[in-house]
Design a protein around this ligand. Structure first.
Ligand SMILES: NC(=O)c1ccc[n+]([C@@H]2O[C@H](COP(=O)([O-])OP(=O)(O)OC[C@H]3O[C@@H](n4cnc5c(N)ncnc54)[C@H](O)[C@@H]3O)[C@@H](O)[C@H]2O)c1
Length: 282
């Protein structure tokens, strides 16, 4: 390829996002980190080569859209978007309250950042991918879901809802994104990776044998971005003709996860995800 490829990494000031930003910079990508953490993002950009930090709140449309616009104005190109910024659920959804007044509004930041932030980021990715004019473009969008998007998680139901929402959103947009604009779209569902998502005491108390390796998550994101072939732990093969894939990464295993089976043949005929004109499933 003639010019370096250009990536936007949301939540790139820490954890998975920072590790992906570092990996891409090492592989000569130009990387734009979008994060609300000004100190962490600036420090990362100062340390990495070809990396720029943008202070961005993914829950705020103007903040996010103007940063996408600034990146495209500077680069005239966008090849990869990692829609990854996220927060753990705050508050206790099950807390009992007295009956003298309505309970306070639940803290829905995990839905606003994790799900609605990914929706906004994906919408902007679609728009700026379309603006590309270089011939060799291979535009890739990877969303960060979680194993909490696959399995129910009673202690953090809003976080689980946000991550499950990402999976069905990804599976809904991926065929159209590919058909209309050749955008390859995926979701990763990592198990627990020791990052700043949780406090140190929680990580120390976590069963260490169930921690997922950062290296494994990184290798999957990198393979998706680069379109490199790999196999899951059951021998299913990925190459860049495959889109709409949800990938569970647990400890050091990798598992391609299919959407739920249709309940019967009628549903199988009716609920085709491919064409917007197919029958609506309410
Ligand atoms: N660490 C895990 O065990 C794990 C497992 C599965 C999924 N995930 C997901 O991975 C993603 C990255 O998390 P992490 O584990 O690296 O945690 P992290 O806390 O180390 O990194 C998250 C980053 O997102 C940024 N961020 C949060 N809200 C933001 C907002 N509104 N706008 C912009 N940036 C924002 C934070 O400042 C931080 O830099 C999250 O979506 C998380 O839910 C993490």
């Amino acid at each position: 390829m003639s010019s370096p490829r250009v990536a936007i990494v949301t939540g790139g000031a820490s954890g998975l996002g920072l590790a992906v930003a570092e990996t891409l910079c090492r592989r000569d990508w130009r990387v734009h980190i979008f994060d609300i953490n000004e100190a962490g993002g600036s420090a990362a950009a100062a340390r990495l080569t070809r990396c720029v930090f943008h202070e961005v709140d993914v829950t705020a449309w103007h903040s996010l859209s103007s940063a996408f616009d600034a990146v495209f104005a500077a680069e005239s190109q966008l090849d990869f978007v990692f829609a990854n910024a996220g927060v753990m659920e705050r508050g206790n959804f099950f807390e009992r309250r007295d009956f003298s007044s309505p309970p306070p509004e639940p803290d829905e930041l995990s839905i606003d950042a994790n799900l609605k932030g990914v929706v906004k980021t994906s919408y902007l990715a679609q728009h700026y991918f379309r603006a590309n004019t270089h011939d060799d473009r291979d535009c890739v969008l990877v969303m960060t879901s979680s194993i909490a998007g696959i399995y129910p998680q009673a202690i953090t139901p809003l976080y689980a809802a946000s991550k499950a929402g990402i999976l069905n959103f990804m599976r809904s947009v991926a065929p159209i994104f590919h058909e209309q604009d050749k955008i390859r779209t995926y979701a990763i569902c990592p198990g627990s990776v020791r990052t700043n998502l949780l406090a140190k005491e929680l990580w120390d108390a976590y069963p260490q044998q169930y921690l997922t390796s950062m290296e494994k998550v990184l290798s999957i994101v990198e393979s998706l971005a680069e379109g490199a072939r790999f196999e899951d732990s059951k021998g299913k093969r990925f190459d860049k003709s495959v889109v709409g894939l949800a990938i569970e990464i647990f400890v050091d295993g990798v598992y391609f996860r299919e959407p739920p089976d249709p309940c019967n043949e009628d549903m199988s005929n009716m609920a085709s995800p491919i064409h917007p004109g197919s029958v609506m499933v309410a």
